[in-house]
Write a protein that binds this ligand. Structure first.
Ligand SMILES: NC(=O)c1ccc[n+]([C@@H]2O[C@H](COP(=O)([O-])OP(=O)(O)OC[C@H]3O[C@@H](n4cnc5c(N)ncnc54)[C@H](OP(=O)(O)O)[C@@H]3O)[C@@H](O)[C@H]2O)c1
Length: 298
C-alpha cells in the first residue's frame, strides 16, 4: 500500500494561511495538519513526534512546513527542525513565511531574466534599491540579490534606523554586506531613485511608494519590479500584468505583481511537489526557491 504523504504545517501566528493549505493539498499531499501559535522551543518536540511515529523509510513521505511572518524566526525554526532529526529517522522541511521566500525568489528571477534579455547584464554589481525592506518579502529579496553579487540598498520608509538593523541582521546571519538608505521624504527617495539601476518594491499591499514624478528622476534605471497587486500600484506606471514592458516617462522596463505572482505560484507549488516526489528527505529555503524560480521564469 502506498504511504500517505502527510504535511505538518506550523506557524507562530494564530492562524495557518489558507493560501498555503490549498497549495499543499493541490500539489498532492494526502493530509495537511495546521499547528498554530507554535514557539521555537516547540519545534524539536513536534518534529520528533512526527518522525518516531513512522518507520524511517516513511520520513520521505512526512513533511513540515514553516509559515508565519518573521523571516529570522522561520529560519531559526528550520534550523531547529534539522537539528531535531535522529538518523535514520528524518523528514522533509520547507519554510516559506507569508509566501516571502517564493515571492522574493520569483521577483528576483523575473528581474534577472529581463536584465539578461533586454540589457545583456547580470545582477552582479547592479545597483539595486529595495523599498519595503523591513517586510518579510523585502528581507528575502535583499538576501537573494546580494548573494548574486548585486550592490543592494535597503530603503527605510520611516528613516535609517530600522533598515540599518535589517542590514546588520543580514550581515550577521548570511555574511552579506547591504547598504541602508533613508526613504522617509520625497527628497531622500529621489536621491535613491536617481542612483538605482534596479528598483524592487516590496511594500505593504495598497501602498504607493514611488509616483511617476519620482520615477521620472530614475536616470540610471534599467528595471523596476513591484509585487503589490492591490491598487494603487506600489510603483506608478507599472501595470500588474507588465512583463518587462516600458514604464512611461522612463527608459526602463517594469515587471508587475501578477507577472511575478505567476512564477511565485509555480515555485511554491513546485517545491511542495518536490517534497512529495523526493526519494530522500530534504530541507527547502529561499535559495531552493530561487533555483526553481530561475528555471520557471521566462
Ligand atoms: N505578487 C505576489 O505573488 C505576492 C505574494 C506575496 C506577497 N505579495 C506582496 O508583497 C508585498 C510585501 O509583502 P510583506 O508580507 O513583506 O508585506 P508587509 O510586511 O505588510 O510590509 C512590507 C513593507 O511595507 C512597508 N510599509 C508599510 N507601510 C508603508 C508605507 N506607508 N510606505 C512605505 N512602506 C510601507 C513595511 O514597513 P513596516 O515594517 O513599517 O510595516 C514593510 O517594510 C505586499 O504588497 C504583498 O501583498 C505579493
Amino acid at each position: 500500500m502506498a504511504r500517505k504523504n502527510i504535511l505538518h504545517m506550523i506557524t507562530p501566528l494564530p492562524q495557518m494561511s489558507p493560501f498555503d493549505v490549498n497549495m499543499a493539498l493541490d500539489a498532492g499531499f494526502d493530509a495537511v495538519v495546521p499547528y498554530v501559535e507554535v514557539k521555537l522551543s516547540d519545534v524539536t518536540g513536534l518534529v520528533q513526534d512526527a518522525i518516531f511515529s513512522r518507520p524511517p523509510d516513511a520520513g520521505v513521505n512526512t513533511g513540515v512546513f514553516i509559515a508565519g511572518r518573521d523571516v529570522t524566526l522561520a529560519l531559526d525554526m528550520l534550523d531547529a527542525a534539522k537539528k531535531a532529526m535522529v538518523p535514520p529517522f528524518s523528514l522533509s522541511v520547507f519554510a516559506d513565511p507569508a509566501g516571502s521566500f517564493t515571492t522574493a525568489a520569483a521577483m528576483v528571477a523575473k528581474v534577472e531574466k529581463a536584465l539578461k534579455k533586454k540589457f545583456d547584464r547580470s545582477l552582479k554589481d547592479a545597483r539595486v534599491a529595495i523599498f519595503g525592506a523591513t517586510g518579510v518579502v523585502g528581507f528575502c529579496t535583499a538576501v537573494i540579490a546580494a548573494r548574486e553579487g548585486a550592490s543592494v540598498t535597503l530603503v527605510g520608509h520611516d528613516g535609517l534606523t530600522r533598515v540599518q538593523g535589517v542590514a546588520t541582521e543580514i550581515k550577521n546571519r548570511f555574511g552579506l554586506d547591504v547598504q541602508a538608505a533613508d526613504g522617509s521624504t520625497e527628497a531622500a527617495k529621489s536621491a535613491v531613485v536617481a542612483d538605482a539601476e534596479i528598483i524592487l518594491a516590496a511594500a505593504k499591499a495598497g501602498v504607493q511608494v514611488l509616483d511617476s514624478a519620482l520615477m521620472g528622476r530614475a536616470s540610471s534605471l534599467l528595471i523596476a519590479a513591484d509585487v503589490n497587486a492591490v491598487p494603487p500600484a506600489g510603483i506608478e506606471g507599472i501595470g500588474v500584468d507588465a512583463d518587462a514592458e516600458k514604464i512611461s516617462g522612463t527608459s526602463a522596463v517594469g515587471i508587475g505583481a501578477l507577472a511575478t505572482g505567476n512564477v511565485k505560484y509555480k515555485t511554491e507549488f513546485g517545491l511542495f511537489k518536490r517534497m512529495i516526489e523526493a526519494e530522500k528527505t530534504m530541507t527547502l529555503d529561499f535559495q531552493d526557491a530561487f533555483s526553481l524560480a530561475r528555471e520557471i521564469a521566462k
